[in-house]
Design a protein around this ligand. Structure first.
Ligand SMILES: NCc1[nH]cc(CCC(=O)O)c1CC(=O)O
Length: 310
C-alpha cells in the first residue's frame, strides 16, 4: 500500500459523496502530498428503497458493503453520518474519528407553510422516521404521516410533486448539499429531539492501521465526540439498534454535559422524556443512566411493542 494514498469507501448518494469529498479535502489540505481517492459503492439499503426501513432491518444496511471493502483491503476508510452507524462494529474495524458537528436540528420543509403550527387540519407530512413521526403526532394528532424514502433530492422532488404538504429532513443534510433555502423553518430540540449523532460525521477504519489512524487524527473534534458518546450510550442501552422512536441530544457547556432523551410510540400517543447533567468525563455513564431512567419510566413497554411490530 502506498504511504501516500487513502481510499474512501462511500455510498453513492449525493449526501454520502459530499461527506466523503469533505473528508478528502480536509485530509489533502492537512497532509501535503497525500492523495485521497473515492470508491463509490451501492449498499443493500440503497437498493431496497420501497420497503419501510423498520421492516428491512434498519441502519446496518447502509454500511455493510463499505465495511467488507475495508476488511478486504479494497478501501481504507468509510465516512458515515453518525446517526446511521450501528452501535457495534465488526471485528477489526472501529470508529476512529468524529468530526465537528453541523446543525443537529430537524428542518421543516414546505412550499406552502412556514411551520408545523401553520399546517391545516389533516395536512400530510412526509417522513419515514418513527422518531420524527412520534413527536409531530404528539404535537398535532390531526396530521397524516406518510412514508417518505429515498435520498434528500428524491424526497424534495416528492414534496414538489405535491404528494405532501410538508416533509421533515435533517438540517445538516440540506445545508451540506447547499439546499438550505428549502428550509421553511428549523425545528427546535424541544419540539423534535434529534436522533443520536444527527449532524455529525464519523470516520471508520481498520483498528490495526496505524498509518491511516495517524493521518485521520487531526480531524477529530473532542466536543462532538463527547456529545455523540453520551447520545449513543443512551441508544445502545435502549437497544435502539435499528429504526426506533428514540431521540437523544447532548449539549456541552465547559466541562458540563447535558443529555436529553425521548422514547415514544409511533403514533405519538405516549412520549417519555428524561434529562441529566454531569461531567463530560462521565458522558458514557450518563447516557446509560438516562436510558435506565427512561426504561423505568415505561420506555421498555413502548420499545417492546415497536420491535414486535417491526
Ligand atoms: N436518515 C438518513 C440520513 N442520515 C443522515 C442524514 C442527514 C445528515 C446528518 O444527520 O448528519 C440523513 C437525512 C435526513 O435524516 O434527513
Amino acid at each position: 500500500m502506498s504511504q501516500n494514498l487513502i481510499r474512501i469507501a462511500t455510498r453513492k448518494s449525493p449526501l454520502a459523496m459530499w461527506q466523503a469529498e469533505f473528508v478528502k479535502a480536509e485530509l489533502e489540505k492537512i497532509h501535503e502530498g497525500l492523495t485521497v481517492e473515492l470508491l463509490p459503492m451501492s449498499t443493500k439499503g440503497d437498493i431496497i428503497l420501497d420497503t419501510p426501513l423498520a421492516k428491512v432491518g434498519g441502519k446496518g444496511l447502509f454500511v455493510k458493503e463499505l465495511e467488507v471493502a475495508m476488511l478486504e483491503g479494497e478501501a481504507d476508510i468509510a465516512v458515515h453520518s453518525m446517526k446511521d452507524v450501528p452501535v457495534e462494529f465488526p471485528e477489526g474495524l472501529g470508529l476512529e474519528v468524529i468530526c465537528e458537528r453541523e446543525d443537529p436540528r430537524d428542518a421543516f420543509v414546505s412550499n406552502t407553510y412556514k411551520t408545523i403550527e401553520d399546517l391545516p387540519q389533516g395536512a400530510v407530512v412526509g417522513t419515514s422516521s418513527l422518531r420524527r413521526q412520534c413527536q409531530i403526532r404528539a404535537a398535532r394528532p390531526d396530521l397524516v404521516i406518510k412514508d417518505l424514502r429515498g435520498n434528500v433530492g428524491t424526497r424534495l422532488a416528492k414534496l414538489d410533486a405535491g404528494n405532501y404538504d410538508a416533509i421533515i429532513l435533517a438540517a445538516a443534510g440540506l445545508k451540506r448539499l447547499k439546499l438550505e433555502e428549502r428550509i421553511a423553518s428549523f425545528i427546535s430540540a424541544e419540539q423534535s429531539l434529534p436522533a443520536n449523532g444527527q449532524g455529525a460525521v464519523g470516520i471508520e477504519c481498520r483498528t490495526d492501521d496505524a498509518r491511516v489512524k495517524a493521518l485521520l487524527a487531526p480531524l477529530e473534534h473532542a466536543e462532538t465526540r463527547m456529545r455523540v458518546i453520551a447520545e449513543r450510550a443512551m441508544n445502545t442501552r435502549l437497544e435502539g439498534g435499528c429504526q426506533v422512536p428514540i431521540g437523544a441530544y447532548a449539549e456541552i457547556d465547559g466541562d458540563t454535559i447535558n443529555l436529553r432523551g425521548l422514547v415514544g410510540n409511533p403514533d405519538g400517543s405516549q412520549i417519555i422524556t428524561a434529562s441529566t447533567t454531569g461531567s463530560t468525563a462521565d458522558a458514557e455513564k450518563l447516557g446509560v443512566a438516562l436510558a435506565e431512567e427512561l426504561l423505568e419510566k415505561g420506555a421498555k413497554t413502548i420499545l417492546d411493542a415497536v420491535y414486535a411490530n417491526a
